[in-house]
Design a protein. Structure first.
Length: 261
């Protein structure tokens, strides 16, 4: 599963300037809690001093924008002990669509049918991002406490009292268990490379390696081998010094060497 990603680091934020790092053991999913689909609104707001919120990425309908290095400590789970997920979890915010308001933490005027396509785009980007991060940091999304939302973090005692994303996603028939299963499926899907795909990737790698410029330290030996006719090139594409030699090619070179007088 692919997604489009950009990077706009929040270099002016106090969180970024603090420069604290973490060893990620999980991922926490948030939503912005305001009807605003434009990620730049949040990025501009957070990318300045004296802001006490800072996440690692913002997920919009058409892309993911990374806002902190993945191993930098973010400010997304709250303060004190109730915000200990800041020390362990990568975080990202999902932008909510326009057209609704909030009353006591509840969405008011949210049109599920109208926003279904928007939600699916956000959801697919969130799944793809989580799958990528789980692979990068060796995380199992199905293990307890690894891939969670803010509301679940609060239930575990590692995040402040927020309802996201359980106030929104279930309106579209999606639970966090569904999300975790989708992340696992995406990880398995990307690991499932066909023989045909592998062969194509290997052929491209060998082509690039064969056309690479050889190192200067082998110049004398290469000149000797070429003049002696031991190395005779490879199908008009040079001597392929950066590529592998097959046993067939090795015995051919040895035979040429043995014919020298």
């Amino acid at each position: 599963m692919e997604y489009r990603q950009e990077t706009q680091l929040l270099t002016n934020s106090d969180c970024y300037r603090a420069g604290k790092t973490i060893r990620p053991t999980g991922i926490m999913v948030h939503s912005t809690g305001v009807a605003q689909p434009d990620p730049q609104v949040f990025i501009k707001s957070w990318n300045q001093p004296d802001k006490d919120a800072c996440v690692h990425a913002v997920v919009s309908r058409d892309k993911v924008i990374q806002t902190l290095p993945w191993t930098m400590r973010g400010w997304h789970a709250g303060k004190g002990e109730k915000g200990s997920a800041n020390n362990t979890h990568i975080s990202f915010e999902c932008c909510e669509p326009a057209g609704h308001t909030y009353q006591g933490g509840t969405m008011v005027g949210y049109d599920v049918k109208k926003n279904e396509a928007y939600f699916q785009a956000i959801y697919e980007n969130a799944v793809a991002l989580c799958a990528h991060l789980c692979r990068q940091f060796g995380l199992d999304p199905t293990k307890p406490g690894v891939v969670i939302c803010h509301a679940e973090g609060n239930q575990l005692g590692i995040a402040s009292n927020h309802a996201d994303v359980l106030h929104w996603w279930p309106k579209h028939g999606v639970t966090m268990d569904d999300f975790r299963a989708a992340v696992r499926a995406a990880m398995e899907e990307e690991n499932d490379v066909t023989q045909e795909q592998f062969n194509a990737m290997m052929a491209e790698y060998l082509k690039q390696a064969g056309n690479a410029t050889p190192a200067s330290w082998s110049q004398q030996a290469r000149t000797w081998a070429e003049k002696a006719g031991i190395i005779a090139g490879g199908e008009g594409k040079g001597e392929r010094y950066g590529s592998f030699a097959t046993r067939e090619e090795i015995v051919q070179m040895l035979w040429r060497l043995s014919q020298q007088k």
